[in-house]
Design a protein around this ligand. Structure first.
Ligand code: NAD
Length: 317
């Protein structure tokens, strides 16, 4: 297949590109490199893999239209990755999430590309009253601007399926962690320890607990489900089926850092910031029933990531 990956130079996107190439696909990465890193794809360029990188913005509809003809499926991963940003800048998720998704769908419609896989998020559930939260939970009332843009993206995709006969895969990710991570709680903790090896400040009371998934498990699951499911709209939670608290993450990062005496200090309050969902647990029965067994549980994925990122970031340099 010829596959266009928006956000393919990013954290999840670059692992997805690895998996798509391993299976013999040719890939066009469409990325403005705002948070993506070209070196995440360098091994493909060095090996002469069928990977083409288009450095462009999804808000540039003309360039997107030029790159769509001949594409069999779009994996749409590009978005603003920073949920907290919405507390200060209120139009980022609207533009980088909702409008960008509209542009992808419109370019697909004009080029006759019929399949889209979308990186949505557990945050579409908002503060769910049912936990673990299954895919059919509703009503969906997200509490962050980022969550609103993900739900809007799902709505637009569903409309394009209903109106223009697209086929869609919607993946609601748990928190994704792993090698090449460029943001998120583990990344933040390691940077804080790099700045001050004696003290780790944790936002909130540490009791926030969420589902996690290791990035290759996430990318592998997306590709597996696209290859093996065939409804008009296929929608799956992707997670490892359990939760891990922020308190435990802080402990694991400190353990893995090898730093002798770190005092872990909590800022207090039940949530890290306005719009943060303090308790999120994804039901992943449908994902597992499809034949996927994640390599790591949440705690295992966090320890694996802490080790990898301590190495990548160079905590002791
Ligand atoms: P990331 O920031 O590493 O990847 C996003 C990529 O999109 C980057 O390469 C960035 O340069 C690119 N991009 C952003 N805006 C763009 C634009 N306007 N035009 C072209 N390229 C643009 O983030 P990630 O963690 O890899 O996230 C990938 C997707 O998964 C995102 O849609 C994110 O919302 C979703 N998601 C991630 C997590 C997580 O924990 N990482 C959880 C739930 C959902």
């Amino acid at each position: 297949m010829r596959i266009l990956v928006t956000g393919g130079a990013g954290f999840v996107g670059s692992h997805l590109v690895d998996i798509l190439v391993e299976d013999g696909n040719s890939v066009v990465v469409y990325d403005n490199l705002s948070s993506g890193k070209p070196h995440f794809l360098q091994h493909h360029l060095d090996q002469g893999s069928p990977v083409e990188i288009v450095k462009a913005d999804l808000l540039d509809l003309d360039t997107l239209k030029e790159n769509m003809p001949g594409i069999d499926i779009v994996f749409h991963l590009a978005a603003n990755p920073d949920i907290r940003l919405g507390t200060e800048v209120t139009d980022t998720d609207l533009k980088q999430g909702t409008i960008a998704t509209y542009n992808v769908l419109e370019a697909m419609r004009l080029a006759g590309t019929k399949k889209i896989a979308f990186a949505s998020s557990s945050v579409v559930y908002g503060e769910a009253s049912v936990m673990p939260t299954p895919e059919d939970y509703g009503p969906l009332f997200p509490i962050s601007l980022y969550g609103a843009s993900k739900l809007a993206g799902e709505g637009l995709i569903s409309a394009w399926v209903g109106t223009f006969s697209l086929q869609a895969w919607i993946f609601r990710f748990a928190n994704v962690v792993g090698e090449r991570g460029t943001h998120g709680v583990i990344f933040d903790f390691i940077h804080k320890l790099k700045n001050d090896p004696t003290r780790l400040e944790v936002l909130g009371d540490g009791n926030q607990a969420k589902s996690y998934i290791e990035v290759r498990d996430c990318a592998r699951s997306m590709y597996h489900l696209v290859c093996t499911t065939d409804a008009a709209i296929n929608y799956y939670n992707l997670g490892s089926g359990d939760v891990c608290s922020v308190r435990r993450i802080a402990e694991i990062v400190v353990e893995e850092s090898g730093l002798p005496e770190v005092s872990i200090e909590y800022t207090g309050g039940s949530r890290g910031w306005a719009g943060d969902v303090p308790q999120a647990s994804l039901a992943v029965d449908r994902m597992k029933d499809s034949g996927i067994t994640p390599t790591f549980d949440s705690e295992g994925s966090i320890r694996h990531t802490a080790r990898a990122l301590i190495e990548e970031i160079g905590l002791h340099d």
